[in-house]
Design a protein around this ligand. Structure first.
Ligand code: RIB
Length: 305
């Protein structure tokens, strides 16, 4: 049994600045980093760095960014046989400004990510059917993700959807029927319930509203304010881990990778969300996206501190 990830892969170009630039402004930065990104790839690498096998379904283009991206995911041990090289496509690209406080602003060119469709579900059917956990995000066409969710669920998988980037309007009920766990941050929660939670009490209230809409396990990520959970087996709050963030890019992806790993290992929900929160926190202490995901030993250390 493995974790399957159906989603995006990008080349990230990160610029490190004292603060984010204003419209029309040119700012000198202190440095840059080019590396593997995309919410799907980041989640796949996060799971793999913790120790589980990962099947990653994605599309890249016939360009140098695609060469680099596929080499980088392979270097982490993520299986690449379901990475499709689209001869007419272009590898996804993210231009990311990171401020001194670790906050970021991302411009995304989806490229080949935006061409995923039912043929990708068909070519990855065996991997989806055999997955114990399926991870989904919102950087590829949603119809394809939903089809992947249905195949994986029919095979018995737990389906985790990270609604990032935020959907423009609430999901219809059929989405929640195909998904087991939803992991929005404050902004994404706002898109789904109509208001943005600002603290623990509001996070729990928003999670309850998501349950009422049909979400089986609602995990509302409040970043440095902690995580609010309402599920069938447990509801409660996981306080934030105290770390010094330098780059928050992909913290949510590390969280979801950690959650998938923990659930694949049969951790109970409360323990799994605490494990995931530690993964998310640790990823903010390193630069980059996929590269910043923690190793299992680093997570264990933080959980014991
Ligand atoms: O979640 C972070 C990711 O969002 C980055 O790696 C970037 O590629 C964008 O997809």
């Amino acid at each position: 049994m493995t974790v399957a990830v159906f989603g995006s892969i990008n080349t990230d170009v990160n610029a490190y600045l004292d603060r984010l630039p204003k419209p029309g402004e040119t700012l000198h930065g202190s440095g840059y980093k080019i590396g593997l990104g995309g919410k799907g790839a980041n989640q796949a690498v996060a799971v793999r760095k913790l120790g589980s096998d990962v099947k990653f379904v994605c599309r890249i283009g016939p360009d140098i960014f695609g060469d680099t991206a596929i080499n980088e995911i392979a270097s982490y041990g993520v299986t690449t046989d379901l990475v499709l090289r689209d001869p007419n496509g272009s590898t996804g690209l993210a231009l990311i400004n990171v401020g001194a406080d670790g906050e970021n602003a991302i411009s995304l060119i989806g490229g080949s990510n935006m061409t995923l469709d039912e043929t990708d579900v068909a070519r990855s059917k065996t991997a989806l059917e055999n997955a114990k956990i399926l991870l989904l995000q919102m950087e590829v066409p949603f119809a394809a993700s939903l089809a992947a969710a249905r195949v994986a669920k029919a095979g018995g998988a737990t389906v985790i959807l990270d609604p990032a980037p935020a959907p423009k309007k609430p999901y219809p009920r059929e989405v929640y029927d195909a998904v087991d766990v939803l992991t929005p941050n404050e902004l994404e929660t706002g898109s789904l319930v109509g208001w943005q939670p600002q603290n623990k009490e509001e996070g729990l209230k928003a999670a309850a509203e998501l349950n009422a809409m049909g979400v089986k396990i609602a995990i509302v990520k409040l970043g440095a304010k902690g995580v609010c959970v309402r599920g069938l087996s447990w509801e409660g709050f996981i306080p934030p881990f105290k770390v010094t963030p330098i780059d928050t890019v992909a913290a949510g992806d590390s969280f979801n990778g950690g959650l998938a790993y923990a659930l694949e290992q049969d951790m109970p929900l409360q323990q799994a969300v605490r494990f995931a929160a530690a993964c998310g926190a640790l990823s903010t202490t390193k630069k980059g996206a996929a590269a910043a995901a923690p190793l299992f030993s680093e997570v264990e250390k933080l959980l014991r501190a």
